[in-house]
Write a protein that binds this ligand. Structure first.
Ligand SMILES: *Cc1c(COP(=O)(O)O)cnc(C)c1O
Length: 392
């Protein structure tokens, strides 16, 4: 199996030597029958765990009724999903696509169009943060403020400018008459789970208001309950003009969304933007089931907050034990990071050998994005394994 994987798939990922076949809740099983505790969760995708019965049944039912029709027609599950998203967010309108990068691409296009209509032709610059991550298409990799992702693909898309994250003065100085939008993650995910100071986004919002700029929040990783609220912007007491979602939105199926206020959304008219599969019946049904389950009785968000706090407490204990190995513990809800003094990949490997899947980002940051249904005993088990691994 691994031989064929290396032979037939393009070499774009450095994968662990592990073939996963089955999943339930927070557990996954390999092709050779070994059990693993999954603290990666598809990188913030499997919010309800693997194969949540409500999502599975919704997909089964929809698959029997209608898999796909063109966006030339109205689509029942897509309409229902859009209404649900708008009811539970700042937004008035939704555009559906298939991934985070596509959602951000749509946000970039919409904000350029909006600025041209409301200001002038030259107003197309978007300010993003250094160390950010917005996707791998040419425009979104340009928006991504990390050279390592851009190298080799130049010339990049014009009209992007970068400032340090969580630095309000740098942001203020970067604005000029050609700026059209500011695009940020509420918490930088791939960049190492960087949580901004409490008042940062309030000030960003003010700057946007003062200068007529759109605030685009990339909630591809932080949305869908990941931080303990349905959307991370709710923590900051502000609302964006545009928000993008993907990862957790479909509970495991590929769907992305770009949400906006009525005023901003009005700049998209028929023919301006489209996606063949965007919001198709199958993925919309899965996303409805995911969203309804998160909202159902408050359990998921409550569990995310309680388990997140417990997880951080246990990690801080670990840091006290290994101050020479652990530099920092940070996160919100169930997006949590352990910053190490050294390379994180040997730790990831050692945990895998002991039956626990974790992820490392930015070289030395262990990132945990488990399903939001994770239990205390799972966290205790992970901490035991980490402790064993760090002691060596
Ligand atoms: C993962 C991610 C993306 C890209 O999503 P894809 O579905 O891989 O295109 C964009 N923005 C953020 C914040 C992400 O975490």
């Amino acid at each position: 199996m691994l031989d064929d994987s290396h032979r037939y798939l393009m070499n774009t990922y450095s994968r662990q030597p592990l073939v996963l076949r089955k999943g339930r809740g927070i557990k996954v099983w390999s092709a050779d029958g070994k059990e693993y505790l999954d603290f990666v969760g598809g990188i913030a995708v499997n919010v309800l765990g693997h194969c949540h019965p409500k999502v599975v049944v919704a997909i089964q039912k929809q698959a029997q009724r209608l898999l796909h029709v063109s966006n030339l027609y109205h689509i029942e599950p897509q309409i229902k999903l859009a209404k649900l998203l708008c009811t539970h967010s700042f937004a008035d309108k939704v555009f559906f696509c298939n991934s985070g990068a596509e959602a951000n691409e749509a946000a970039i296009k919409l904000s350029r169009k909006y600025a041209k209509e409301h200001f002038d032709e030259k107003r197309f610059e978007i300010i993003t943060a250094l160390n950010s991550f917005h996707g791998r298409t040419l425009a979104t990799v340009t928006a991504t403020g990390q050279e390592k992702f851009q190298k080799g693909f130049e010339p990049l898309v014009p009209g992007f400018k970068y400032v340090p994250f969580n630095d309000i003065n740098a942001l203020r100085s970067a604005i000029n008459k050609n700026t059209c939008a500011i695009m940020l993650e509420p918490i930088q995910g791939e960049g190492g789970v960087k949580v901004p100071s409490d008042d940062y986004f309030k000030e960003v919002r003010e700057i946007c208001n003062e200068n007529g700029l759109l605030l685009i929040l990339d909630e591809v990783q932080t949305g869908m309950g990941r931080t303990g609220k349905l959307f991370a912007y709710e923590h900051y007491g502000i609302t964006p003009d545009i928000m993008t979602l993907a990862k957790g939105l479909g509970g495991g199926v590929p769907i992305g969304a770009m949400l906006a206020t009525e005023k901003v959304a009005a700049s998209f008219q028929p023919g301006n933007h489209a996606s063949t599969f965007g919001g198709n019946p199958l993925v919309s049904a899965a996303a409805i089931a995911t969203l309804e389950t998160i909202l159902e009785d408050g359990f998921i968000l409550d569990n995310c907050n309680r388990m997140g706090a417990y997880f951080i407490k246990r990690l801080l204990e670990l840091k006290d034990y290994y101050p020479e190995k652990i530099v920092d513990i940070r996160g919100k809800g169930l997006i949590i990071a352990v910053e190490l003094t050294g390379d994180g990949s040997p730790i990831v490997k050692a945990c895998l050998e002991k039956g626990v899947l974790i992820n490392c980002t930015s070289g030395n940051v262990l990132r945990f994005t488990p399903p939001l249904i994770v239990e205390k005993k799972d966290i205790d088990h992970l901490i035991d394994v980490l402790e064993e691994v760090l002691s060596k």
